[in-house]
Design a protein around this ligand. Structure first.
Ligand code: SAM
Length: 384
C-alpha cells in the first residue's frame, strides 16, 4: 500500500516560485459547461497509468468521467482540478448522484435513461451539494431537465452531427451499424452504407477548422498551423469504424445514436456492477478549482503517484509546457506515471525534462482508443 495520508494533511504552504497563468482561462468557452463527458478512453488511461491500491492521483476534471473511473482501481486519493468551476459543479453533481440516488435513478438524472422526473431527482440529491453548486444547477435547471450527460457544448456539437447522420442515412441504418459482429462486418458496412462523396463533404465541413473553432473556441487550436481538420478527423473516425469493435464503443454510440446502445454498454463507472464500489469510494475525490499552472507550483514535493493531464498541453506555449513538466517531476514521486493526449499537434514530453522517461506504449494504446479523436498519447514515468 502506497502512502494513503490524505492530501489535505500533507499539503505544504503555497510555494509560488513564479506567476504562471493560463493564457486561455478567460475565453468564453470555459464559462459554460464545455464537456459533460471525458472524450478520452478510460481503459487506455488505465493501461497508461496503471493505477493501483494507495495511489495518489492528479486528474483534470473535465466531464468528471475519468476522475470517477480512476476510483475503480482503488487509489487512496484523487485530486480533480479544473479552472472552469462549472466542470467541478458537474463532477459534484455526479458524486452526489452516487451518494444519494439508486443506480436507476442516477441513470435517469444524468440523462442516460428516459425520465420525466429529473427535477424531483435533483431535489433529492441537492442536499448533498455545496451551496454554490446547488445555485449553479438551479440557475441551469434546463441542463438538468435535458440530462447533464448531453449538456456540454462539445456534446451538443457532436450530437448535432449524429442527428444529421440519422437524417441523411436513416436512424435504422445507423443503428444497424452497431449490430455488426466483427471488424470485417463493420468495414463492409462502412464501405457499402456510409462512405461516399456526401459523407466526406459533410464530415469535412462539420469538422473543419472554422466550424470547430466556433464550437470549441479557436484558442484550443492556437498552436496548430494547418487547416485540414476535417480530413484528419475523418481518417480517425474511419479507423474507429473499421478497426475498433463498435459494440463496446459507447463514445460512438453517444455521438451517432444520441444515447448509449443499452445499459450493458455504458462507461464502466456508470454500470450497475460498479455502482456500490463507486458509492463507497467517491469521497476519495478532492475537488480543486484553479489553473494547473498555479496549482502545481503550490504543492509540496513528492505529492502524486499518477497524473491524468487530459489534453490540456494542446494549447500551452513551449516555455510553460516545459515548466509544467518540471513541476510534474517535482510534485510527482519517484516512479510516478503521467499520461496526456494531443488532439492535432503531437507534443512529446520535452527532452529538456530528463527526469521523465517517455514510454513507447502511447502509440499502440492510441490505436485502440475508443474516443479516437487524438493524434498522440504521451505516457511517461518519473525517474528521480
Ligand atoms: C483539457 S480539456 C479537454 C477535454 C477533452 N479532451 C476534449 O477535447 O473534448 C479538459 C478540461 O481542462 C480544463 N482546463 C483547460 N486548461 C486548464 C488549465 N490550464 N488549468 C486547469 N484546467 C484546465 C478545461 O476547463 C476542461 O474542463
Amino acid at each position: 500500500m502506497k502512502d494513503a495520508t490524505p492530501l489535505k494533511n500533507r499539503t505544504q504552504p503555497l510555494r509560488v516560485t513564479r506567476n504562471l497563468r493560463s493564457e486561455v482561462a478567460d475565453r468564453p468557452f470555459f464559462r459554460s459547461i464545455g464537456y459533460s463527458n471525458c472524450w478520452e478512453d478510460p481503459e487506455i488511461l488505465q493501461e497508461a497509468l496503471q493505477v493501483g491500491s494507495g495511489d495518489v492521483c492528479f486528474s483534470i476534471t473535465s466531464g468528471g468521467c475519468n476522475t470517477l473511473d480512476l476510483l475503480r482501481h482503488d487509489p487512496a486519493r484523487v485530486v480533480a482540478l479544473d479552472f472552469n468551476p462549472n466542470q467541478n459543479h458537474l463532477l459534484r453533481l455526479k458524486i452526489a448522484a452516487f451518494q444519494t440516488l439508486e443506480h436507476g435513478e442516477m441513470l435517469e438524472l444524468l440523462g442516460i435513461r428516459e425520465s420525466t422526473r429529473r427535477r424531483s431527482l435533483f431535489r433529492k440529491l441537492e442536499v448533498a451539494l455545496p451551496g454554490e453548486t446547488r445555485d449553479f444547477w438551479e440557475a441551469n435547471r434546463v441542463l438538468v431537465e435535458r440530462g447533464v450527460m448531453v449538456s456540454g457544448r462539445l456534446e451538443r456539437y457532436l450530437l448535432a452531427f449524429g442527428n444529421l447522420m440519422r437524417t441523411i442515412y436513416g436512424g435504422k441504418r445507423i443503428r444497424r451499424f452497431f449490430d455488426c459482429d466483427s471488424l470485417d462486418a463493420q468495414r463492409a458496412f462502412y464501405e457499402k452504407e456510409i462512405d461516399g462523396p456526401l459523407w466526406r463533404v459533410i464530415f469535412d465541413l462539420f469538422f473543419s477548422r472554422a466550424v470547430m473553432s466556433r464550437t470549441k473556441d479557436k484558442e484550443h487550436f492556437r498552436l496548430v498551423d494547418f487547416q485540414d481538420f476535417g480530413k484528419i478527423f475523418r481518417a480517425r473516425t474511419e479507423h474507429a469504424f473499421t478497426r475498433i469493435p463498435l459494440r463496446g464503443n459507447y463514445f460512438l454510440a453517444l455521438i451517432l445514436l444520441g444515447h448509449y446502445l443499452d445499459e450493458d454498454a455504458l462507461p464502466a463507472y456508470l454500470t450497475r456492477a460498479n455502482f456500490d464500489l463507486m458509492r463507497e469510494r467517491v469521497d476519495r475525490i478532492e475537488i480543486v478549482t484553479g489553473e494547473i499552472e498555479q496549482y502545481l507550483v503550490s504543492l509540496a514535493d513528492d505529492t502524486f503517484t499518477r497524473f491524468n493531464v487530459s489534453n490540456l498541453f494542446d494549447w500551452i506555449q513551449t516555455p510553460i509546457f516545459i515548466r509544467l513538466h518540471e513541476e510534474i517531476v517535482r510534485t510527482g514521486r519517484n516512479g510516478a506515471r503521467m499520461a496526456n493526449w494531443n488532439t492535432l499537434l503531437a507534443r512529446p514530453i520535452p527532452a529538456e525534462v530528463t527526469q521523465i522517461e517517455r514510454l513507447a506504449i502511447g502509440a499502440e494504446l492510441l490505436e485502440r482508443d475508443r474516443a479516437f479523436l487524438y493524434a498522440n498519447l504521451e505516457v511517461g514515468v518519473i525517474n528521480k
